[in-house]
Design a protein around this ligand. Structure first.
Ligand SMILES: N[C@@H](CCC(=O)N[C@@H](CS)C(=O)NCC(=O)O)C(=O)O
Length: 209
């Protein structure tokens, strides 16, 4: 049994989607970051950087924070969606790291400036909008060559998808990226993704381009 500490954000959804895809039993503990619940002492014990998601595996007491580490942990636990060796493993890690080090942080800044603080910092808006579009271009070119970012559907897709689902916040017309749109709609159709997207708020629907 996994205890998942999360909220309805792209990073939180990565973990919930993985738990659903891997058919693992889990309890949801909502951490409302709008009410600063991420600073509660019990949460900081498992997530010292005061960020969701975090988890505890009740089977062995292991706690894990950072969404990329959680995805790798769950994939290794179940043997699903992450090749254990060879080119497929490295492809998955490459695209997972691309998400963790590039797409997530840059799209997050685009949300901060374009959606939540428009007009305050035109240079930052332009910089993160352009960087967001550049990253969509990189993803689109990759998806012209392969069905999923690492070949087969993997934890890398589970990491990238929820950030693309905020395309409206980024003021991006997803349809301009036809390979991303094809990939996005296929993933959005997966029942496990639809269930994970609604954790912890079951009114949330996946936006469609
Ligand atoms: N690198 C971290 C980032 C996690 C993160 O930024 N989580 C946000 C929500 S998407 C959060 O908890 N924010 C609360 C805060 O900034 O205090 C991961 O991938 O888990």
């Amino acid at each position: 049994m996994i205890d998942l500490y999360t909220w309805g954000t792209p990073n939180g959804r990565k973990a919930a989607i993985a738990l659903e895809e891997m058919e693992l039993a889990y309890n949801v503990h909502p951490i409302n970051i709008g009410k600063d619940e991420q600073f509660q002492p019990h949460f900081l014990k498992i997530s010292p950087n005061n960020r969701i998601p975090a988890m505890i595996d009740q089977d062995n007491g292991q706690s894990v924070f950072e969404s990329g580490a959680i995805l790798i942990y769950l994939a290794e636990k179940t043997g699903k969606f992450y090749a254990s060796s060879g080119p497929a493993k490295w492809s998955t890690l490459e695209w997972l790291m691309w998400q963790m080090g590039g797409q997530g942080p840059m799209f997050g800044q685009a949300h901060h400036f374009l959606k939540f603080n428009p007009g305050k910092a035109p240079y930052a808006e332009e910089r993160y909008y352009n960087e967001t579009k550049r990253l969509y271009g990189v993803l689109d070119r990759r998806l012209a060559e392969v069905e999923y970012v690492a070949g087969d559907y993997s934890i890398a897709d589970m990491a990238i998808f929820p950030w693309c689902a905020r395309f409206e916040w980024q003021q991006v017309n997803l349809s301009e990226y036809k390979n991303v749109t094809r990939w996005y709609n296929v993933i959005a159709d997966r029942p496990a993704v639809q269930r994970g997207y609604k954790v912890p708020d079951d009114t949330q629907e996946i936006p469609r381009p």
